[in-house]
Design a protein around this ligand. Structure first.
Ligand code: AMP
Length: 116
């Protein structure tokens, strides 16, 4: 797959409005427009990686950094102690709709297992 821009590139460049909670040179985090839990945040590398299938060894640091940012935001949102779920959907069976790799941070309610 080509590394094509998605709506997330526009969010990174602030060309469309989004509730951005954190941004630096590597990562952007913003509230999901269609929240599936009281806290639902999307955390993305600024670099376009379409899916988990497209990750390369050079992405190792930024992918680890997504978890660091997720943990920081969970703390800020007050959901760290009760817990939360981190999800990366990949392709059709994973339910991926936006082809710019992203981590969902969901919390504020209990969640079932296994996911649907
Ligand atoms: P996925 O199904 O894993 O590809 O998730 C894509 C997520 O991006 C969905 O939860 C959408 O609600 C969210 N989303 C799509 N467009 C926007 C947007 N403009 N601002 C915030 N979240 C968005």
């Amino acid at each position: 797959m080509m590394n094509e821009e998605t709506i997330f590139s526009k969010i990174i460049r602030k060309e469309i409005p989004a509730d951005i909670l954190f941004q630096d040179e590597r990562v952007t985090a913003f509230r999901d427009i269609n929240p599936q839990a009281p806290t639902h945040i999307v955390i993305i590398p600024n670099k376009i990686i379409p899916t988990v299938n497209d990750v390369t060894p050079e992405d190792e640091a930024v992918l680890g950094y997504l978890l660091i940012v997720a943990a920081q935001i969970a703390k800020q949102e007050g959901i760290a102690e009760n817990g939360y779920r981190l999800i990366i959907n990949c392709n059709r069976h994973g339910g991926q709709e936006v082809f710019h790799l992203h981590m969902h941070l969901l919390g504020g309610r209990g969640m079932g297992w296994p996911p649907g």
